[in-house]
Design a protein around this ligand. Sequence first.
Ligand SMILES: Cc1cc2nc3c(=O)[nH]c(=O)nc-3n(C[C@H](O)[C@H](O)[C@H](O)COP(=O)(O)OP(=O)(O)OC[C@H]3O[C@@H](n4cnc5c(N)ncnc54)[C@H](O)[C@@H]3O)c2cc1C
Length: 508
Amino acid sequence: MTLLKDCKLILKNKKVIIIGAGIAGLTAAMKLSTSGVNVEVYEQHEKPGGKIRYFKSKAGPIDAGPTVLTMHKVFEDLFNSCGHNINENLDFIKEEIIARHWWRDGSTLDLYSSFEKNFEEIKKFAGHKSALEFEKFNKFSESLFDFFKDPIIMSPKPKIFPLFLNSFVYLKLLKELLIKNKNLYNYLNESFSDYRLKQLFSRYSTYVGGSPFMSPSILSLIWNVECRGVWRVKGGMYNLAKEIEAIAKKSNAQFFYKSKVKKILMKNNKIEGIELDNSRVIHSNTVIFNGDPKALLDGLVGKDVKKAVSTKNVQKRSLSAYVWSFSAKTKGLKLRHHNVLFNKNYKNEFEDIKKGEIPKDPTLYICAQGNNNDPYPKENVLGRFEIIINGSPISLNKTYNKQKEYTKCKEITFSILESMGLKIDLKPSEEMLTTPKEFDLMFPGSQGSLYGRTPHGITSTFMRPMNRNKIQGLLLVGGGTHPGAGVPMACLSGRHAAEMILKDLSLI
Ligand SMILES: Cc1cc2nc3c(=O)[nH]c(=O)nc-3n(C[C@H](O)[C@H](O)[C@H](O)COP(=O)(O)OP(=O)(O)OC[C@H]3O[C@@H](n4cnc5c(N)ncnc54)[C@H](O)[C@@H]3O)c2cc1C
């Protein structure tokens, strides 16, 4: 009885401040509040979600950030662990076709969440030899995921020891990765004879912000994550953020929007609280930071916490993007939810990005979100679209002119669409485009990078900041921290941080 009373008292007095209501901050808020901890979330924008954002349109909300999630089980487990059923208020739709791919020569390829189906499709598309090459690559990707899943991806800290133990089983795999140490594109260049398949499977490194020509071949595992299933959230990805916020609120978490944190306060090398832009001070000895970790190093939340990360944790930067979000009527191409329109010369695209330029001939990713009545776009019916072009993070000494970037990006994007046969009934306006500079403004310290530190280099996985750091009481979460970018990864980092706090309180 006394123990229970003591426990309740600890929880009543324990307050955790969360800076940022991105998916990781929201996850931590839900996990902590449903365990009885007092949670206060301070978010500079007017709503939750961070990069999970939407644009309003005549056809309904358009996803303007992530459009699907993988690793559905991560979310299912999280909700269960908080005493909730993920399907109670959310509808997840597993995409049968994970992506439809298009090339300039008019060829197309659909890929599915089924090896057998993909084998047959690739055989039809590029012949039996290519299908066999795919089979080999698919196995490689699967064993990579199996090898790294528990010790790295799902673990709060990368664990090296299980990797060594397992390495006897996976000797061949490690030889491919470490001894040959090729970049992803070179690996695929040797694995596939058809150029289009080299492009297709190397593009997955861009999902974590890397150029295929500079990312390690270990990122081949992303294909395996993808082919295990991609899910849309009915009504848009923002509904996921809203639902997590709603559960946290029901458990008394408090959310303060339009509340930018100016400083994380410290005393005697310990966290003391935060100071908002309006100079209001809130005390707590535990603060979770969901912003880009580079903001800490840049001193954007005060000098005291700069040492929480080091340069190697946050530099160099991952890719940014030019993102169009609009509603329009289209015809000409039968789009699915995920569509990739490849260019002729993949290398040139990333050479342009390396120079800090908008690629002259980019690959276009189109998410066709249909409308409220129909999940897929129909010819001449108003539908919702998000188009993403990979871009470079902003260079801090370059002048910015939105009008110029918009004009160039519009010309490039819409002339490619037209040349590929997609007719769009739209006058794209400047507000429909989000540029790397605008991402930088939305996510301070990021330089417009959408995935934190670059995944380039074989050791990049070990370079991201962990939840815990040199400063007692400060925990870092989000796509810029371990285990990395993407909605499920950021969610995992939020859950790990919350569980560390609960462990400290002896609550788990
Ligand atoms: C265009 C685009 C498409 C993407 N597509 C996919 C996809 O299909 N699938 C997928 O899994 N992932 C995708 N991603 C990546 C995914 O969106 C991110 O990895 C993930 O959402 C990042 O979450 P986070 O927890 O790091 O928080 P973020 O979304 O980065 O949010 C951080 C929050 O912290 C707030 N904040 C920062 N500093 C302060 C401060 N000082 N005071 C108050 N608040 C502060 C910010 O305002 C922000 O709301 C995409 C990203 C983009 C941009």
